[in-house]
Design a protein around this ligand. Structure first.
Ligand code: BJW
Ligand code: ZN
Length: 258
């Protein structure tokens, strides 16, 4: 059952929600955990069976394209079989209750979009996009084929997933947007991320340095937990609906919410 915001959010956080003009949210794998998508590093996570350095690098793909491609095919099938959870759905309502929202995700799973978030900034790409590793030509279609074997482009190069691997730079426009939003916002929520992967892990730190109030929503402390203003040690599927509930109370007139 949805908990009312007064039960789980601190007075200080409620005051920040009431005053917020620009809210910036950074999500990680934990926001999709309650949908049944395994996280990367938690117990039972995706990489308990595989070492990330073995799979999420260009060198690994070049060394064994079938292994890496089939791992992504398996994940695409898994993601296609799950639904957005109350955390995704609450975030999709944030644009109608806060004057301004910037939603930034490290996830590649499309669950924010499927929940109805109108504008999602993807720092690590998207699992359904693919391109040639040599000529970079996009692989056509909205969904990548879920084959066991890696596919080839007309040029002879392998088709790779359109995600960002270790050692690769993030999409320039999305990173620029994220950094600008982190610098400009007055409330920053870091949700379901272990804070171990740079440069996303730097965004909450940057936001706080620029004066934003930074709240971590994660049942476990992240690597940057000591740098935030407040932690909410709850699943995002519980905490985010409570934030939405509070925002509806404090910003009732702006967008016609009650
Ligand atoms: C819940 C929950 C619930 C559970 N509710 N919460 C040394 C050598 C080489 C590179 C580096 C180096 N030192 C630093 C670097 C840079 C490197 C990096 O940071 N490495 C670190 C690991 C050390 N970064 C990069 O390489 C980036 N590029 C870059 O920096 O370019 C410049 C550069 C170039 C060359 C050299 C150096 C710099 C690129 C990073 C790309 C990351 N890619 C991946 C894979 C994407 C594709 C795919 O999906 O396969 O992105 S890695 C993986 O980690 C994925 C995720 O987006 C990312 C972050 O993980 P996330 O989301 O935090 O998940 P988890 O599992 O870690 O945490 C889940 C959390 O949820 C936990 O805290 C749980 O408690 C919580 N939770 N249930 C709320 N219900
Ligand atoms: Zn090609």
């Amino acid at each position: 059952m949805e908990q009312k915001h007064g039960d789980i959010l601190s007075r200080q956080f409620l005051d920040r929600i009431a005053a917020a003009r620009h809210v910036c949210v950074l999500t990680g794998a934990g926001v999709s955990a309650e949908s049944g998508v395994p996280t990367f590093r938690s117990a039972g996570g995706l990489w308990e069976k595989y070492d990330p350095r073995e799979l999420a690098t260009e060198a690994a793909f070049r060394a064994d394209p079938d292994l890496v491609w089939s791992w992504y095919s398996w994940r695409r099938t898994l993601i296609a079989g799950v639904d957005p959870n109350p955390g995704h759905r609450a975030l999709a309502e944030f644009p109608s209750v806060f004057p301004r929202l910037s939603l930034i995700t490290q996830n590649v799973d499309n669950l924010h979009q499927r929940a109805g978030s109108p504008e999602v900034h993807e720092l690590h790409g998207n699992i359904e996009r693919s391109r040639c590793i040599e000529c970079r030509k996009p692989y056509p279609g909205d969904e990548a084929p879920r084959t066991e074997h890696a596919l080839r482009c007309g040029c002879g190069g392998y088709i790779r997933p359109g995600v960002v691997w270790f050692g690769e730079t993030l999409p320039e426009d999305e990173l620029r947007f994220a950094q600008a939003a982190a610098s400009d916002c007055d409330l920053f929520l870091t949700v379901g991320t272990s804070g171990q992967v740079y440069p996303a892990s730097d965004l909450p730190v940057q936001a706080r340095r620029r004066g934003a109030y930074v709240v971590e929503i994660n049942p476990e402390p992240s690597a940057i937990a000591h740098l935030v203003d407040e932690r909410i040690a709850l699943p995002s599927g519980v905490a985010l609906p409570a934030v939405l509930d509070a925002a509806r109370t404090f910003h009732p007139g702006i967008f016609g919410n009650t």
